[in-house]
Design a binder for this molecule. Sequence first.
Ligand SMILES: [Zn+2]
Ligand SMILES: [Zn+2]
Length: 253
Amino acid sequence: MRLTIVGCAGSYAGPDSPASSYLLEAEHEGGTYRIVMDMGSGALGALQRHVDPREVDAVVLSHLHPDHCIDLCGFFVFSKYHPGGALDPIPVWGPDDTADYMARAHGPDAGSGMGDQFDFRPWRADEPVVLGPFTVTPVLVDHPVQAYALKVQAGDATLVYSGDTGPTEALAATAQGADVLLCEASFVESQENPPNLHLTGAEAGEYARRCGVGRLLVTHVPAWTDRDEVGRDVATTFDGAWTLVEAGQVYEL
Ligand SMILES: [Zn+2]
Ligand SMILES: [Zn+2]
């Protein structure tokens, strides 16, 4: 499995990165199968540096905050009006009201919705979904809207993506033994942080340590937050392999 960090800025697009979006690729039936995992603000632009969006086979969404899904509106336009002809519909997995949310976000031009281009399908918590060579399992986490961590398996490789979440044992249970934990760290330990919303670097590191993951990839640091402080927080709880990810990076697992 190949993971490309399309965007990793937390909460809104930053000067150096779009908001959350990750390209997952794995070989499948003599070709490459491609999933875009979250498509936050600015992601569609940066995605084109890595792949022709016509080559995207499926989209999976952790939750319906704009920094994780709003560029699906642009992708709808790309898909419907491409000069080479409208693209075939692709599956878009997400929370229960993804189709309605995206149609409202796009506005009346979406007509009867985005159903011509996107085959919207709701996650069922803990029920795995097979997409080409990938098996994606959604696990409910702790955030103000219906939000999922996503466990992604292909071949022998396992990636667990936290999505957005406050501290929750559901994430610890899911990340056990993962090759990579792609974990949000939006908050810093030096502040008073609201509950049920996000993690700090120290909390991300603690999950990585408890779960014995092969590598911790720290993401979703907002542009208003000091990345060095997030990194110092991670180092207080985790002495394994970890990286504060940047847009454009590629990881093989
Ligand atoms: Zn977010
Ligand atoms: Zn969120």
